[in-house]
Design a protein around this ligand. Structure first.
Ligand SMILES: [Zn+2]
Length: 141
């Protein structure tokens, strides 16, 4: 035993594989929506049938950017997330509103701002080591 800790086996788990895609070819990540074959409404997260008209849904690639509809800044958050942090709802062009963590500093948060989907660490362990990755939203630069 060398006594040297290794991080090779500590890769964060990738969460939400049926909602969020990170292409392995270096293309930008995106979220998956579920669009109704009949009424055309798009849903998120994944559903089997449309709650409006009971018709089959097809998986679609959502736009990479949306507008920040609302947000909240959390000072005393849940375990596994480094406080303080921001959460919010983002409106996408496909007319679907999606909740997520915001990788945006509080002084930059503004209603209606353009945000994009990125991959980020959404949970850490008690030592601050990343344990789970998923989608987050950051300001469009
Ligand atoms: Zn429908």
């Amino acid at each position: 035993m060398s006594g040297q800790p290794t991080t090779d086996t500590n890769e964060p788990v990738f969460f939400h594989p049926d909602l969020f895609v990170v292409p392995t070819d270096g293309q930008a990540p995106y979220l998956l929506g579920y669009k109704c074959e009949d009424c055309g409404k798009t849903w998120f997260p994944k559903l089997e049938i449309c709650p409006s008209c009971w018709t089959k849904l097809n998986q679609i690639k959502l736009s990479r950017t949306g507008k920040l509809y609302s947000y909240s800044f959390i000072h005393v958050g849940q375990r596994g997330i480094k406080s303080p942090y921001a959460i919010g709802y983002v409106d996408f062009p496909e007319e679907v509103r999606i909740y997520g963590q915001l990788a945006i500093p509080p002084e930059s948060l503004k209603l209606g701002m353009d945000v994009e989907v990125v991959e980020g660490v959404v949970r850490i362990d008690k030592n601050g080591v990343p344990v789970m990755k998923s989608y987050m939203f950051k300001a469009v630069e």
